[in-house]
Design a protein. Structure first.
Length: 294
């Protein structure tokens, strides 16, 4: 197609087999768009295109709908994104409706015959690693190979302190459950993979604040533009690792801790022990585990 449709907060640059969505970095642009920067979307990843009246007076909007399973960001979001942060929404002034209609027609002509069917793999790249963010009860980091949770003594429950900091190799995971921080019960929970290669399902999972494979969101913690890109990248890595899955997860790599940080954690364990939340044996075992990281 070879031309550009520039809108408010983003623009679509059309190519032969894909379009490049570029997001502005203006002060009024959603922060998620700042993080995404730009995204290459193959036409094979789209299922439909439509034009509709804008949510604000005097505007028109073009919506491209990705196929199920084509975009890890959309899959991780699970329909929880607000309209303003939909990366497949282009807003234009009403006087440019004809341009919007023409672009929609040309995009529809580029759709594949199987556009209505789910994609068998991700066709749009997830945000690049490394990625990290602060949840209410810990820091989450993903380097492309493993997800790590480091608990905060100010927010983590005694159950998480007893379990200790966690590291999950991608080969141990079957997916990610992301619950938006803009709703109630916001959290990020990792879905484990069983020895049979299938997701381990729990009909009554523990609350996120008690689950060492989950972190809790709160006001100012786990913000959409920080936590959702990481969730999408984990999903992409999990899918890429599936063909190589052999049923036996890789052992977690040993990590050395910061002496000052470990000293602070031992101090906090002592507080939990003094408050009766840890038994003598649990305190001794956790202290030994922390000291072994030096």
């Amino acid at each position: 197609m070879g031309d550009v449709l520039a809108g408010i907060h983003s623009s679509w640059e059309f190519d032969t087999d894909s379009m490049l969505i570029r997001f502005e970095r203006g002060i009024r642009t959603p922060k998620l768009f700042h993080v995404l920067g730009e995204r290459r979307v193959p036409y094979a990843a789209l299922s439909a295109v439509e034009v509709a009246p804008g949510s604000k007076r005097g505007t028109v909007e073009v919506f491209a709908t990705p196929r199920d399973g084509a975009d890890p960001l959309v899959e991780a979001a699970g329909g929880q994104l607000r309209a303003a942060t939909n990366p497949y929404r282009l807003v234009l002034p009403e006087e440019r409706r004809q341009e919007a209609e023409e672009a929609a027609v040309r995009l529809r002509e580029a759709l594949r015959p199987d556009a209505a069917e789910p994609a068998d793999r991700f066709l749009v790249a997830a945000p690049a690693t490394p990625l990290s963010f602060k949840a209410y009860d810990g820091k989450v980091a993903f380097d492309g190979k493993a997800v790590s949770f480091r608990w905060f003594w100010t927010g983590a429950t005694s159950a998480k302190w007893k379990a200790g900091d966690q590291t999950f190799q991608v080969s141990e995971l079957a997916g990610v459950d992301w619950r938006s921080p803009e709703g109630s019960g916001g959290c990020l929970r990792l879905v484990r993979r069983g020895a049979d290669g299938l997701a381990v399902t729990d009909p009554a999972p523990p609350p996120a604040d008690q689950d060492p494979a989950a972190v809790v969101f709160a006001l100012g913690y786990g913000l959409v533009h920080e936590s959702l890109p990481l969730a999408a990248s984990v999903l992409e890595a999990v899918q890429e690792a599936e063909p190589e899955f052999g049923g036996v997860p890789e052992p977690a790599r040993e990590q050395r801790g910061d002496p000052a940080d470990i000293a602070e954690r031992i101090r906090h364990l002592g507080e939990l022990h003094g408050a009766g939340l840890l038994t003598d044996d649990e305190f001794t075992a956790k202290k030994r585990e922390l000291l072994s990281q030096l």
